[in-house]
Design a protein around this ligand. Structure first.
Ligand code: ADP
Ligand code: MG
Length: 236
């Protein structure tokens, strides 16, 4: 069997200190195949973001292991991990997380510069064209709408052609119509690139658009099932 894209094994994670110390992830095990689309669903506070950050190597578990494309993240030094993350994983957050003092083009160029890639600005321009922002290359985040900022974030997440895209409630700060556009764009780009997608959401309908739904409750996996598409295809 080929290596899974993401393999999480018996992961436990506690956060905070003193009184606030809490066992957030409780013995989580999960394999995600290459090219699979997975929704992480669950109520607020159930551990979705923490699990996603652990899968992406941005949080280190107290015990257990995380492997990406067969590589154990805990074996990397901090520098190696940052480089590995940059080339393998694209991340989109609810709050965009763009650098305010950089233009759209400069924000998107960051992962390429970190990777020491050539052609930085032409590739970043291409990525911005793909997300429909050909006219916003020199704009700063504050000069763009929320939907435009999330498009920039998506271009930044995908510019280095990562094999995995993770998105944490990417429409949480957008109104419904703009959020729907971003979701269509995420699925379309993900399909075009054949990437693995892990999408955190608390929206059941959105979750059903993924092939698989993993439900979290209280830091543990409550269920893990193939999604049954709600849509019925009526032949015409
Ligand atoms: P979700 O994304 O499902 O809303 P989170 O992963 O953000 O959940 O949080 C899971 C739990 O971990 C919550 O109870 C939250 O309060 C707690 N938590 C998150 N970050 C920290 C932290 N730095 N210190 C202590 N507790 C935290
Ligand atoms: Mg969250």
């Amino acid at each position: 069997m080929p290596d899974p894209a993401i393999s999480v094994e018996n992961v436990n994670l506690t956060l905070g200190s003193g009184e606030a110390r809490a066992h957030i992830l409780k013995n989580i095990s999960l394999d995600i195949a290459k090219g699979e689309t997975v929704a992480l669903l669950g109520p607020s506070g159930s551990g979705k973001s923490t699990l996603l950050m652990t899968m992406a190597g941005l949080e280190a578990p107290d015990s257990g292991s995380v492997r990406i494309d067969g590589r154990r993240l805990e074996a990397f030094s901090e520098d190696q991990l940052a480089r590995f993350r940059g080339s393998h994983i694209g991340i989109v957050f609810q709050a965009f997380h763009l650098i305010q003092t950089l233009t759209a083009l400069e924000n998107v160029a960051i992962p390429l510069e970190l990777a020491g890639a050539g052609d930085t600005f032409s590739r970043a321009t291409e990525a911005l064209i793909q997300v429909g922002l050909a006219g916003r290359l020199r704009h700063y985040p504050a000069q763009m709408s929320g939907g435009e900022q999330q498009r920039v974030a998506l271009a930044r997440a995908l510019v280095a052609n990562p094999s995995i895209l993770v998105a944490d409630e990417p429409t949480g700060n957008l109104d419904q119509a703009v959020g729907a556009e971003i979701i269509e764009l995420i699925f379309a780009l993900n399909r075009a690139k054949g990437a693995t997608l892990v999408l955190v959401t608390h929206d059941e309908n959105l979750a059903r658009r993924c092939q698989r739904i993993v439900r979290l409750r209280n830091g543990a996996i409550e269920s893990d099932k193939a999604a049954i598409m709600g849509r019925v295809h009526v032949p015409v």
